[in-house]
Design a protein around this ligand. Structure first.
Ligand SMILES: [Zn+2]
Ligand SMILES: [Zn+2]
Length: 376
């Protein structure tokens, strides 16, 4: 959002406007920009802006503060940390009952219940690193919530309904509420009939009135190559059905969890592994061959004189990027594998070449010499 507009400008009144002028201006602006009456894409935003401007300017204390400080009111928004959250104030007396019921009552709630949606479902699904490398087609059998077929999700036996007695069939109830400095009459959707104003005359026998059942379903979806752990795939309309069969079903999200691999660890596009290598192989060099995810053998060339902790990089054999360009590397960490015990013959041999292998002793001697220099 850009700069916040001036509240007086929003309502189209002068700085000196009195309460009567404010009311009049608000009333005509609210009619003009109410999202249920105005199809302009920014109508919602404008409507909120108008409400906010009026909420501030119609409150003498807030107005005085706004006149002094503008939008930079010390202590932040007059509406608290979340800012202005939209319309809840009872404008009944200002706008007249007629407008209230036409626009702020009926209109709003009705449009909201027509967008009613069932809840989303999250399903976790394990995939292998091979899937990440190549992409894959997956198939999962699951029991998913669905509409009860006998009552088409309404929960009513033979589809027969009567008026809801909690709201007298209006679908709405009024609740008095204190929000910040305002005492507000809030029009709420009736919780008993979820805004429909109707309830089942008798409960459907199959679902006992909740309108739900479960159906075994086969979900088929593709895992994109390069998918990362926690990637969510969305299947529209496969979530919970909307309550009482009115509205759209929610969505189903499939969260991809990547199985642990026996030796590879993933680091972005790279595959990392460590291999224990014997002293002589590190000293003389060797080639280790392993099966790889891409079904082509992985040849790891350990050069002569490799130290424990050195890495060997095999480029282009890691995982693909999710954008499908190129592949990462395989990074092999070489670790010295030292046997706990040697047999006598090996011991003897090692002792005989000890001086030659004693690179470490030289290094230690250098540290000792340095230390002695420091002291003197
Ligand atoms: Zn009701
Ligand atoms: Zn049913």
């Amino acid at each position: 959002m850009g700069e916040k507009r001036d509240y007086y400008e929003i309502l189209g009144v002068s700085k000196g406007a009195d309460d009567g002028e404010l009311k009049k201006a608000f009333r005509s602006m609210a009619r003009k920009f109410h999202p249920d009456k105005n199809d302009a894409p920014d109508a919602d935003e404008r409507f909120k802006e108008i409400q906010e401007a009026y909420a501030v300017l119609s409150d003498s204390q807030k107005r005085a503060q706004y006149d002094r400080f503008g939008h930079d009111t010390p202590g932040g928004s007059p509406f608290g940390a979340g800012g202005f959250q939209g319309f809840n104030i009872n404008f009944d007396d200002i706008l007249g009952g007629d407008l209230f019921s036409n626009i702020f009552g009926g209109g709003r709630s009705r449009s909201r219940s027509s967008q009613r949606q069932g809840q989303d479902i999250l399903l976790r699904h394990e995939i292998s690193l091979e899937s990440v490398l190549n992409g894959s087609k997956e198939e999962v059998e699951v029991d998913l919530p669905s509409h009860c077929e006998d009552c088409e999700g309404t929960g009513a036996r033979d589809g027969k309904t009567t008026a809801c007695d909690e709201c007298n069939g209006k679908g709405q109830v009024r609740v008095r509420q204190q929000i910040g400095p305002f005492v507000q009459d809030v029009v709420r959707e009736c919780p008993h009939c979820e805004g429909s104003g109707r309830k089942a005359a008798a409960n459907c026998k199959t679902c006992r009135g909740n309108g739900l059942s479960t159906t075994a379903q086969t979900l088929r979806f593709s895992v994109p190559a390069g998918a990362s752990d926690g990637t969510r795939l969305r299947m529209r309309g496969k979530g919970h059905p909307a309550p009482f069969g009115r509205g759209n079903s929610g969505d189903l999200f499939i969260e991809l969890n990547i199985e642990e691999h026996s030796w590879f660890e993933r680091n972005g596009m790279d595959l990392i592994m460590s291999i224990p290598i014997g002293y002589s192989d590190l000293a003389l060099g060797t080639v280790i061959t392993l099966p790889h995810l891409d079904e082509k053998e992985l040849k790891i060339k350990i050069p002569a004189g490799t130290n424990s902790g050195d890495t060997v990089v095999i480029s282009g054999r890691g995982l693909p990027s999710s954008r499908g360009i190129g592949r990462g590397d395989v990074v092999v960490l070489c670790k010295l594998h030292m046997p706990r015990k040697f047999n006598k013959a090996t011991r003897k041999t090692l002792e005989s070449i000890k001086d030659e292998l004693a690179g470490g002793d030289d290094a230690i001697q250098r540290i000792l010499d340095d230390a002695a220099d420091h002291r003197s």
